[in-house]
Design a protein around this ligand. Structure first.
Ligand code: SAH
Length: 222
């Protein structure tokens, strides 16, 4: 991290340790995921007046009607991705950029798409300013994936998808994993699609989660 970033004090680090311990107790075992959560200072993704909420295991509004996901959810989705060093990963729903930084700290090459222009502008400037210049941010519609950079080893959708977009499955490498919360209403089922060598998919379902909706088309404003 560069020295221009907001201060990561001993107090923040202590609170983060406690949060990570709590998430471990909730069932996240992968030491690499826990180490990434311990490394990324979540409070810098919050407006300064809300910093005290950053180390609670809760989602939080980030403006434009969107939220930074709950730390447990970030950890859960990241664990399902089974990130290996240098994996090429596509994230749909950049939001604050926090999940993208976690993936980066796991050793991934991160590509992330956001459909809201205000959030895209804010986060694409913010990430390089806090020491994450290598995360590649795109303004676009995640339903289309990112064909110019495909195929990807892993993909993560951080908004509620009413269905699994075909374009994402197409842009996954054989052996690749898509993690996506599927469901149009209040509750989504965390789902993984693992691509076989012959373009078949193995689908697995995990528990219920709640995300803001994955919407079609780019949006200039909220
Ligand atoms: N990963 C984020 C959480 C984002 S909340 C973080 O760590 O902070 C979900 C985000 O998905 C919102 O910012 C929303 O605008 C975005 N989104 C919704 N539909 C989308 C789409 N079709 N393409 C790209 N982004 C989308």
């Amino acid at each position: 991290m560069s020295s221009t970033i907001p201060i990561d004090s001993y107090r923040h680090q202590g609170l983060r340790k406690l949060l990570v311990r709590n998430i471990g107790q909730k069932g996240i075992n992968d030491p690499h995921v826990l180490a990434a959560l311990e490394k990324v200072p979540r409070h810098i993704f919050f407006d300064s007046s809300f910093v005290e909420y950053a180390y609670e295991d809760k989602p939080f509004p980030i403006g434009a009607g969107q939220t930074i996901s709950q730390p447990f959810t970030v950890a859960f989705q990241t664990e399902l991705l089974q990130i290996k060093k240098n994996d090429k990963v596509l994230e749909i729903g950049t939001g604050s950029g926090y999940q993208a930084c976690i993936l980066f700290e796991m050793g991934a090459k991160v590509f992330t798409i956001e459909r809201q222009k205000t959030l895209f502008d804010k986060t694409s400037k913010f990430l390089p300013s806090v020491g994450y210049p290598s995360i590649k941010t795109f303004f676009g519609d995640g339903y289309k994936g990112l064909p110019a950079y495909a195929p990807f080893d892993k993909m993560i959708v951080t908004a509620a998808a009413p269905f699994i977009p075909e374009a994402l499955l197409d842009q996954l490498k054989p052996g690749g994993i898509l993690v996506i919360p599927v469901g149009a209403n209040d509750i989504q089922i965390m789902t993984t699609m693992i691509k076989g060598n012959d373009n078949t998919f193995e689908k697995k379902e995990y528990g219920a989660f709640r995300f803001v909706p994955m919407l079609e088309h780019k949006a200039k404003e909220k």
